[in-house]
Design a protein around this ligand. Sequence first.
Ligand code: UCC
Ligand code: FAD
Length: 580
Amino acid sequence: LDSHTHIPFSRSAIGTFFQQRPLLTNPFTQDALLRAYLQRHLPVRGVQEELMRFGERVVCEVEALGRQCELNPPALQRYDPWGRRLDRILTCDAWAHLRRISAHEGLVAAAYERTYGEWSRVFQMSKMYLFAPSAGLYTCPLAMTDGAAKVIETLGMPARKAFERLTTRDDKRFWTSGQWMTERRGGSDVSSGTETVAKRQQDGWFKLYGFKWFTSATDADMTLTLARVTDEHGRTTPGSRGLSLFLAEVWDSDGSSNGIEVQRLKDKLGTRQVPTAELLLDGMNARLLSEEGRGVASIANMLTITRIYNTVCAVAAMRRIVHLSREYACKRSAFGKLLKDHALHVQTLSRMEVEIRAAFLLTMEVCRLLGREENRSASEREILLLRLMTPVAKLYTAKQAVSVVSEGLESFGGQGYIEDTGLPSMLRDAQVLSIWEGTTNVLSLDVLRSIEKSSGSVLQAFFSDVEERLQPAEASPALRPALASLRASLSALKRFCETAASRPAGAMELSARDLAYSLARVYMGALLVDHASWEHATHTDVYTALRWCDQDVCPVVSRDAAGCFDPQTTAMDSALVYDG
Ligand code: UCC
Ligand code: FAD
C-alpha cells in the first residue's frame, strides 16, 4: 500500500498535480484605467466606493448567476398538458434574479435619475461595464430597455407609464423592452424588409400582422417595433417613408400573449442565455408612438443606445479575458517558469491590453458625449461627434472583442477550449457583437450617412476635436513620436476626405470600412495621448499611447494609395471571390 502512494497514477490515484484555476477578483480594483479615468473626470465622493461595492457583488453573486443562465438556457413551452396553445418562454431562476439585481442597482435607472448630471451616463456605464462579463447577457434586455426609455423621452413622453416602469428601481414594477426590427427579408435593410402591416382600429389603436424573424429577450414586458400603416384600401407605402414605430405590451395580465405566436426559439452559436424567438404577429394590439412614416428616424434613438451598450459590453469582455489571463499567468508554469516570466507571453498580453485601453477610452468618451447631450450641456460639436462616433465605436470594438477574446482563450492553452471552464462561452458571445445592432459594413455606411446628412460637419467636429486633444502633449517629449504619427495621419485623413466629392461614383462606398477604422484608430490615439498628458498619468499610459501609434492608424489612406477604392476593382474583387 505504502509503495503505491509514491507512484502517481497507480490504482485509484490520479496524480498529484492540479493546475490552479484563474480566480476572478473584484473587477473594479483590478482595473487601473477605469479607476484613473474616474479619478480624473468624476472625482465625486461615493462614486469609487459604489463601484467597489458593486464589483464585489459581481464576484460574489452575479458571476454564479450568469453561469447558471449559460447552463440552463431558455425553453419554449408551446402547449399546456391539455393541448391548449401557451407559447410561454421559460427562463431559469438566475435570469429572474439578474432582473431583480438590475432593477435594484439602477442599471438603467441611473441614466435617467441623472444624479451625476452630465456624468450620469459615465457612471451608469461604468457599472454596466463591471456587470456585463458576469451577467449572462442580461445586458441584452437592459440595452433595449434603456433604448426604449430613450425613444419615449425623446418623443416627448407619449408613453409616460411605460417610461416610468422602464426606469424604476422597484423590481416589482420594472419592465424590460424588446426591439423587433428584423424580418425574414432583411435585418440590415429594414426599410425594404419590413412586411408587417398595422391596421387602425376604431379606438385609435392598431392591430399588427407580420413575422418578426429575430426577437431577443422575448420574455420582455413590452417592445418597440416597426410596421406599415394600411390605408382604407389595405395599401401601404413602400420603403422607409412607409414605416411607423409602435409600442406593444407582449403579454396580457393572465400571461397569455398579445396576439403573438412564438414559432420557435433560435438555436444559436452563443448568447444561449437569452431567448431569441421567431414571432408571428397575428393581430397584436399596439399603439402608434411616432409620427406616421417616421419609424426609422424615431427608432434611431434606440439604436444609438443599444450600439453604445454593445460597445461597453465589447470592452468589458476584453477586459475580463485579460483580467483572467494575467491572473493565470501568475499560476501556470511552462518550460521551468511561470507564464508571466516568459517575455513573449507577456508581450502578447500587453498587446491585448493596448487594444483594451484604446477601446475603453473611446467607449467612455462616447458615454460622456451621450451624458452631455442628455443633460443639455453638449455643444454643437459634441452632438456631431456623438452621431459620428457611435457607429464607429460599435463597429470597431466589436471586431476587437472577437480578436482579443480569441487570443485570450489561447493564453489558457488547451484549457481555454474546455467548455466547463466557462471560457469558450466568452468567444461565442463576443462573435455576435459585430452582427447584431448593425453589421460592420452597415455601420460603416451609417458613418457615411452621418457625413452626408451633416454636409461634412461631423468630420469638421472630428478634426478640430482631435487637434485640440493633441495640443497639451506638445509639452511631453516622451509622447513626441505618437504625436508625430497622429498629426501625419490626421493631415492625410483630411486630404482624403476633401477629395471625396471629386471621386467617381461608388468610391466612397468602397472606402467606408477603412474610413471608419481610420476614424476609430486616430480618435483612440488622440484619447490615449490626451490621457497620457494628464498630470497624474503614468509611464504605462505613455507607453500605451506610443504602442498604439506604432500601427497603421489610418488604413484608408494606405489603401487609397494602393488603388483599393477605384470602382474598377469591384470587377476584380468579384472575379477573385467567384473564381472557379
Ligand atoms: O440586432 C438587434 C439586437 C437586439 C439585441 C440587443 C443587444 C444590445 C447590445 C447588448 C450588448 C450585449 S436589434 C436590430 C438592430 N438592427 C439594426 O441595427 C438595423 C441595421 N440597419 C441600419 O442601421 C440601416 O442603416 C437602417 C435600417 C437605419 C437604414 O434604414 P433606411 O430607412 O434605409 O435609412 P435612411 O432612409 O437613410 O434613414 C431614415 C431616417 C433618416 O432620418 P431623416 O428622415 O430625418 O433624414 C436618417 O437620418 O433615419 C435616420 N437614421 C439615423 N439617425 C438612420 N440611421 C440613423 C442613425 N444611426 N442615427 C440617427
Ligand atoms: P444581411 O443584411 O443579410 O447581411 C449579410 C451580410 O451582408 C453582412 O455581412 C452585411 O454586412 C452585408 N451587407 C448587407 N448590406 C450591405 C451593404 N449595403 N453593403 C455592404 N455589405 C452589406 N434583430 C432584431 O430586430 N431584434 C432582435 O432582438 C434581434 N436579436 C438578434 C439576436 C441574435 C443572436 C442575432 C444573431 C441577430 C439578432 N437580430 C435581431 C438580427 C440582427 O440585427 C440582424 O441579423 C443584423 O442586423 C443583420 O441583418 P441580416 O441578418 O438581414 O443580414
